[in-house]
Design a binder for this molecule. Structure first.
Ligand code: NAD
Ligand code: ZN
Length: 241
């Protein structure tokens, strides 16, 4: 399907949902999970660093890995694809943006009301009382909660943890309502996020996948557009905004 036809479908839609994954942030220099395992961290698998078990076993190691990823995110800037989604939100009715990314780049590009399925790496919470903690003064790694003394952790969803209920409910509702869904830069391997496009297809919605390479979703998607998130989303925004 040509971009022209996709733009026309977006224009006609009453409700549009977009689901983004790590590929969305690649052009901002935030590595996907697999690509992040370079240098010092090459010896670890994400499953060994991003789980509650890993944090219980080696809290210092996990904290340092996230501190390194936070630095990457802080140095990154949103790209034209992020800005194009913010422009589409302003120009299309019933537009909802759902992301699996934890970097906050969509919000920094001006997207309002982003549904964060996997949390945000720039927020820190207590691993026991779950309070959000803005700052801490001790030198411990990980630092301790000022309220209860337990170790602090990033406010992200680790492998094996449930998604924040409110975010998942909002994402499900958006997908239930959507006439057109764009699925951008996600490998579609991690449930329940991966189940959202499948659910939309089952309802007869139009699902457009934008990725550099085919994924498990590609075969059943209504349309597959090969290309970078930045290039394809900016071409769509040029036609609609
Ligand atoms: P993934 O790494 O499994 O898949 C990334 C997908 O993006 C691949 O299909 C790849 O072909 C595609 N891609 C790469 N560069 C692209 C580009 N420039 N344009 C379009 N597509 C491109 O990522 P996932 O599906 O999001 O799942 C991994 C999990 O890891 C997620 O749950 C996420 O929470 C987490 N994660 C988040 C970040 C972040 O916040 N930036 C980074 C790494 C991992
Ligand atoms: Zn606490």
């Amino acid at each position: 399907m040509q971009l022209e036809a996709i733009a026309a479908a977006l224009w006609r839609a009453n409700h549009v949902a977009v689901l983004t994954g790590a590929g969305m942030s690649a052009e901002s220099g935030v590595p996907t999970f697999r690509d992040a395992q370079t240098g010092l961290w090459a010896q670890y698998r994400p499953e060994d660093l991003a789980t509650p078990e890993a944090f219980a076993r080696q809290p210092e190691l996990v904290w340092r890995w996230y501190a390194w990823r936070r630095e990457l995110v802080a140095a990154a800037e949103p790209h034209i694809g992020h800005r194009s989604l913010a422009a589409l939100a302003a120009n299309l009715p019933g537009f909802v943006l759902i992301t699996q990314n934890v970097d906050g780049l969509h919000q920094r590009a001006g997207s309002p009301d982003v549904i964060e399925l996997h949390g945000n790496i720039m927020r820190t919470i207590c691993s026991a009382c779950l309070r959000c903690v803005e700052s801490w003064s001790d030198d411990w790694i990980p630092p301790r909660c000022p309220t209860c003394g337990s170790p602090l952790r990033p406010d992200v969803v680790w492998f094996g943890e449930p998604l924040p209920r409110g975010a998942l409910e909002a994402a499900n509702a958006a997908v239930e309502a959507a006439d057109v869904i764009l699925v951008v830069g996600t490998s579609g391997l991690v449930d329940p996020a991966a189940s959202l496009p499948r659910r939309a297809l089952a309802r007869g919605a139009m699902v457009v996948e934008i990725n550099l390479e085919p994924t498990p979703l590609t075969r059943s998607a209504t349309a597959f557009v090969t290309g970078t998130a930045g290039s394809i989303l900016s071409q769509l925004a040029d036609r609609l905004c």
